[in-house]
Design a protein around this ligand. Structure first.
Ligand SMILES: [Mg+2]
Length: 217
C-alpha cells in the first residue's frame, strides 16, 4: 500500500519529466534559430540585466526570422516530439486506477495542449500564452520567469477547483520549478534528469524510469 497514502490526483511536470527535452530551447532549435542566443536572452531576463519586454521581443524576432513561427508549424513540431520512455503507459495506467491527472508546466499553452491531447489528459495548466494573428502567425507571447511560484499558485487553484487537499496529490517532476510543489505536498516523485539535484533532499520517491511509478501508485 502506498505508504498509507490514498492519493486522488497525480500532477505532472512536462519538460524533463514526461519528455526528454526542455521545450523552450527545443522549439528554437527545431524552428532553425540560435539556441545560444535564446539562452543569452533568457539568462539576461532571469538575472535582471535585460528587461522583460526587450528579452521577449528579441526572442520573438529570433523565432519570426526563421520564417516558421506559425501555428501549423508549431503544432506539427509538438506532435512529433518524443515522450520519455514509459510516459504513455504510465498515464494510461494511472487513468485506469481512477486518478485525476493534471499537467502543470513552465511551457507554453499550445505545447501543453498538444501533450495533454496526445496523452489523453483532461487538465493542463501552462505558464506561457502564445498570441497568433488571424493567419496563424505568432505575434506575441506572455511568459513568467518565476516558474516555481507560478506553478505553486496554479496547483493551489487546481486543488480549490477540484476540492482536493494538496496532500491528496502526488507530484511528478524533475527540476527547480517543482521544488515548491514537492515541499508543500510532501509527495514529490523525482524523475532523474539533469536538474533533479534540486529535488534530491525533498523527494518522497525517486525513479530512474517512469514505469517504476506504477509500483507505488
Ligand atoms: Mg521539468
Amino acid at each position: 500500500m502506498n505508504d498509507n497514502h490514498a492519493f486522488k490526483a497525480v500532477i505532472f511536470d512536462i519538460d524533463g519529466t514526461l519528455t526528454p527535452d526542455v521545450s523552450w530551447t527545443a522549439l528554437t532549435r527545431d524552428l532553425g534559430g540560435s539556441v545560444e542566443k535564446h539562452l543569452e536572452l533568457y539568462r539576461g531576463h532571469r538575472d535582471g540585466t535585460i528587461a522583460y519586454e526587450i528579452s521577449k521581443g528579441e526572442l520573438l524576432k529570433l523565432w519570426q526570422a526563421t520564417g516558421n513561427a506559425n501555428k501549423d508549424f508549431f503544432e506539427k513540431l509538438f506532435m512529433s516530439w518524443p515522450f520519455r520512455e514509459g510516459a504513455e503507459e504510465l498515464v494510461d495506467y494511472l487513468k485506469s486506477k481512477g486518478y485525476l491527472i493534471c499537467l502543470i508546466t513552465g511551457a507554453v499553452d499550445l505545447y501543453a495542449e498538444v501533450v495533454a491531447k496526445r496523452l489523453g489528459v483532461a487538465y493542463f495548466i501552462p505558464n506561457a500564452r502564445f498570441v497568433w494573428d488571424e493567419s496563424g502567425k505568432l505575434i506575441d507571447f506572455d511568459y513568467d520567469v518565476k516558474q516555481g511560484e507560478k506553478k505553486l499558485e496554479q496547483f493551489l487553484e487546481f486543488c480549490r477547483e477540484q476540492n482536493l487537499n494538496p496532500s491528496d496529490c502526488a507530484v511528478v517532476g524533475d527540476g527547480y520549478n517543482d521544488v515548491k510543489l514537492f515541499s508543500l505536498t510532501g509527495n514529490g516523485i523525482m524523475v532523474r534528469s539533469e536538474g533533479a539535484h534540486h529535488l534530491e533532499n525533498i523527494a518522497w520517491k525517486k525513479v530512474e524510469d517512469l514505469k517504476e511509478i506504477m509500483n507505488f501508485l
